[in-house]
Write a new protein. Structure first.
Length: 427
């Protein structure tokens, strides 16, 4: 029995499904997950000592790669000074200042410990501030596992085939209205039906949980106009896109500014950190200034804040966004060419360093189209790439992530491998 197999057996005995987050169980691709032992730069190494070029990046956070020296050093230094105090610390102020400086619509920001906590809290704030209960979300967008969001919730749930979860009270789920992504007409109809009841519209400004799906021309602008007209709060869930597309996230890229922004993933540099922020007016509704409650024993945790601060400093100093975007373009174009050379239908969506390859011959602009596009071909691709030393997300409804640690050689090698693999799969 291999080390991974034995660890898997042990885990399954004492952890539900053997994993601490469902997608890690590889249900969508079959077989048993490989256990990772370490990571360095663009590579991960499993318990058997096999090395892979990693395009998962812990599902987005590791824009600087694994064990980046500046991040490791910051965490080590913070740990030596004490891991948590439950009192305000200098670096929380420094991190908040950097977030406010970087993200155009954020004047004030609260730190939490995960993306889920950020979106749950942002929605509570929107409901508290407007005195309304309904929320509009989009089919295939994922906003963490908060009860109000576990309705048509994208990749993890999709992959498992359970779009809704037992345990979410019906009366609460009914308050969540679901529109197709990129469909402004549907949003308009909801507002026409419930003009005084919709507290917020929450959207991934670039969808990343049904695969990468960019916003159609005018979509984000339309949401901005509708929410303003009806006195509803526009929430951009930038947990993936924040500090990933550029320092100011998708809002800066597209020039559309929400009332509230949720962040996580890259912000924490690989440690548990999330944040939500927005206008001072809205954020001052939060306790202890205002009546909307939200708190956390480990919120603004010194280790997480140190990792986040080190990551943001590095990103500011390096401004790597053009470089990682063009590396990603080269990778994706290479994979598309490999597919076409093998006469396998393929299309790709890419925004900056965020991408998904679909083995399909039509563009993907919403969940319904993604569902048609993801087939068994993905499983062959995933397994083949894995055997060749390329670590991809174990579901066709996920994004790939390129970061500063990926070298030009990593990209070339990944493209060569794809040519060989798809040549075999096509023939
Ligand atoms: C990952 C993700 C979340 C949830 O973040 P966690 O840290 O996993 O709780 C929320 N929104 C989006 C867009 C995400 O991709």
């Amino acid at each position: 029995m291999s080390e991974s197999e034995s660890l898997w057996e042990r885990s399954c005995r004492v952890i539900p499904g053997g994993v601490n987050s469902p997608v890690r169980a590889w249900k969508a691709v079959g077989g048993e997950p490989r256990f990772l032992a370490r990571g360095s730069g663009s590579r991960v190494i499993d318990e058997e000592g096999r090395e892979y070029i990693d395009y998962v990046a812990s599902w987005g956070p590791l824009i600087l790669g694994h064990a980046h020296p500046a991040v490791v050093e910051a965490v080590e230094e913070a740990a030596r000074k004490g891991t948590t105090f439950g009192a305000p610390t200098r670096k929380e102020a420094e991190l908040a200042e950097r977030i406010v400086a970087a993200v155009p619509s954020v004047d004030s920001v609260r730190l939490v410990s995960s993306g889920t906590e950020a979106t749950m809290s942002a929605l509570r704030l929107a409901r508290g501030a407007t005195g309304r209960d309904r929320v509009i979300k989009f089919d295939g967008c994922y906003h963490g596992h908060g009860d109000s969001f576990l309705v048509a919730a994208g990749s993890g749930a999709l992959t498992l085939g359970v779009p809704d979860s037992p345990g979410v009270p019906g009366p609460l789920a009914e308050l969540t209205l679901v529109a197709p992504y990129n469909d402004l007409g549907a949003v308009e109809s909801f507002f026409a039906e419930y003009p005084q009841e919709i507290a917020a519209v929450i959207v991934e400004p670039v969808a990343g949980n049904m695969g990468c799906v960019p916003p159609a021309e005018g979509f984000l602008e339309g949401l901005r106009a509708l929410t303003s007209r009806y006195g509803s709060v526009l929430i951009f869930d930038e947990v993936i896109t924040g500090f990933r597309l550029q320092m100011g996230g998708a809002q800066e890229r597209y020039g559309v500014y929400p009332d509230l922004t949720t962040m996580g993933k890259v912000l924490g540099g690989g440690l548990p950190l999330g944040a939500y922020g927005g206008t001072t007016n809205l954020m001052s509704q939060l306790a202890p200034e205002g009546p909307v409650y939200q708190a956390g024993t480990l919120s603004g945790n010194p280790l997480a804040v140190a990792a986040g601060l080190a990551t943001l400093k590095e990103l500011e100093a390096r401004d790597p966004y053009e470089e990682i975007s063009s590396k990603t373009a080269r990778l994706v174009d290479g994979w598309l060419q490999a597919a076409h050379a093998a006469q396998i239908p393929a299309t790709a969506n890419r925004v900056g360093s965020l991408f998904t390859l679909f083995f399909h011959d039509a563009p993907i602009t919403c969940l319904a189209e993604a569902q048609v596009a993801v087939s068994d071909r993905f499983v062959d691709w995933f397994q083949g790439m894995l055997e060749s030393g390329v670590w991809l997300a174990p579901s066709g409804f996920e994004c790939g992530f390129v970061g500063t640690a990926h070298s030009e050689e990593d990209i070339d090698r990944s493209v060569e491998i794809a040519h060989r693999l798809l040549g075999n799969l096509g023939g």
